[in-house]
Design a protein around this ligand. Sequence first.
Ligand code: ATP
Ligand code: MG
Length: 761
Amino acid sequence: MDYLAGLNPQQRAAVENTDGPVMIVAGAGSGKTRVITYRVAHLIQKGVDPFNILVLTFTNKASKEMRERIEKVVGSEAKSIWMGTFHSVFAKILRVEAEKIGYPSNFTIYDTDDCKSLIRTILKEMQLDDKLYAANIVYNRISQAKNNLISVAEYINNPALLAEDIGNKRPELGKIYETYAKRCYKAGAMDFDDLLFKTNVLLRKHPEVLNKYQHKFKYIMVDEYQDTNHSQYTIVKKLAAAHENLCVVGDDAQSIYAFRGANIQNILNVERDYPDLKVYKLEQNYRSTQNIVEVANSIIANNKNQLEKNVFSANEQGDKIKISRAFTDNEEGKLVAEAIAQERTGNGLNYTDFAILYRTNAQSRAMEEALRKLNVPYKIYGGLSFYQRKEIKDLIAYFRLTFNPADEEALKRVINYPRRGLGDTTLDKVSVAANEHGITMWEVICNPHQYLGGRIPNQLNDFAMMIKAFAAEANKLDAYETALYIAQHAGILKELHSDDSVEGRARYENIQELLNGVKEFAEREDIEDRSLAIFMQDVALLTNDDKDKDKDADTVSLMTIHSAKGLEFKNVFVVGLEENLFPSQMSLTSRTDLEEERRLFYVAITRAEKKLTLTYATSRYRWGTLTSCEPSRFINEISPKYLELDAIKQAKPSFSSGGFDTERKTWSQQREMQQKPASQQTAFKPKPTTSILPKAHIPTAGFTPSAANEFQMGMDVEHEKFGFGKIVQLEGRLPDVKATVFFQGLGNKQLLLKFAKLRIV
Ligand code: ATP
Ligand code: MG
């Protein structure tokens, strides 16, 4: 049992206590995921059949890593464990059981774009205002209803079941939900939330199916339990009811998906649901330095709603947390890229030791640009997935239609791509006829004379023949041959080949890449059914991270904090720490939302093992305008004793002579004081964002505090807020020299040189 030697006594107890309900609620980096991994290995070592083990993780990547680790202990048996995200595991079960709830087993999975497109069609048909009923809002409401297991009928009877709908500003939502559900059903399609919602329906309506899976999954483990929603909670509860061998692990301080319906309450419910529950505490953080752990603890202490936890690290004290200020988002990118390049060579690290985490995907642009300039290789996780690219979705839509011609969204996507003279008018006619007769668009297209009046374009028949031919070929050919046949005969390869712009070539290459992926799949020996239909099934659930190409490449990881959950890196940069960005503007009006942002910050900083750098810019392009930014309140919440901030050290003498206690001021109060004459010194308050300069005025180099004796009259200088200017007068004696600077468009400004950060240009 030497594999258990890598566990502390509490972890080991949780691993060895395999029977009965177990819960671990513990802080970041304390080994929760490690406990699940070892527990599975231990079960198999004890003789449990891997087919009887179900492990639910938050990302596909996490389950892949876990499986690899388990394989090291138990060998190839690890392959048979049911392990994956809620969506992928239950999609797999639904493929087997779908017919029991009236779906074909080859049902399509609609991705978010498909869903929104369907919603827009419905809004158009119902002639609703698409501002009040924005597709996004409608999609979120339907999603929320499903994740709370609220059926169409229940919602129509009582819209106030969703708190957001109290007051009933959108009285047609129930009707939209109803039509949406019917249309998905008719199209043989499920959206992401359906994968869980319909699983619940299946388990509720078919006790024999529930019984089968209860006995199959004798041992169930769930990682990141704090982020499960009601629908997931109910599935787990039902499946675990027979054996109660359930182990859930989580950290309430890392609950960051409330906005998508996750419910921290689920953690508390476990104690209520299982009176025999054994709760284990893990207090030692093995991931990070003491400084990082202490900072994380102090940050999360600002949240009112949390379970008491002690987390400590016995690792080295470690470096202080570095705060870097940039002038613009581009400069922020440059600063981060340079630091990575330097630290990599200086400390003998790999690029994979570095991660750049941001609040919103849009922030990756500046980072990417800067990394490219320095030839630093990187990989973006999440973001626009390979499978979400237009050309890939187009070809996949043909695949989808081949196997499920009822799939309306796929049909709408490609009926006129490449162009074949079947424009919107024809499509509308087909759609109206389908709705009128309660049949699918495909049925209309196959029998146009029966359902459509007027002249019927020949191309409609040609299109139907083509799709039927694809289906016939798919029966004869292997996955790769089928895919290639479709790409050629649908005209996609030709269409893309004729576009020789850079983008066109890239699109063509992407199609090649997809075909290569299919080829690899067709050659796999570890699965029985290698048809294109199988390859296609869960493509909507794949993300960029699941594409194996380059998986071992030495690259810096870029991702949103949401997708960094559970991961760890030696050296982490959390960028864009500015008010209105992080915490996000939307969170500033409610304590609950602000606390969720703070938990997100906690997740971000606890990804770091050795070194943590927080950066912010004082101006940034947002929504097309340059906005000035204030540093995030979260930086303020860190005690200065943990921070490395050159400017503070430099400023200390003048503060101490003025009688300030620098230790007790937050770092940004200190910084504010550096910049302002003593008479104006006030506590730090975030200002609302305002639009300032046009882009041409944005300087890119770094600023350092001015040394008053360097300046002379007539010098060209640059100021952090005011931009470029010329010194027109200098008066007073060191260290209190006052400069009058003429700034273009602003006129003369008087600045105390020791506070104003002027740069000579
Ligand atoms: P998070 O809350 O971020 O998901 P976690 O609680 O799941 O964190 P793990 O990822 O399991 O924590 O563990 C954090 C790191 O500490 C990992 O690198 C893990 O291998 C290591 N670790 C955990 N327990 C031990 C131990 N007993 N001895 C040595 N290393 C450990
Ligand atoms: Mg974990």
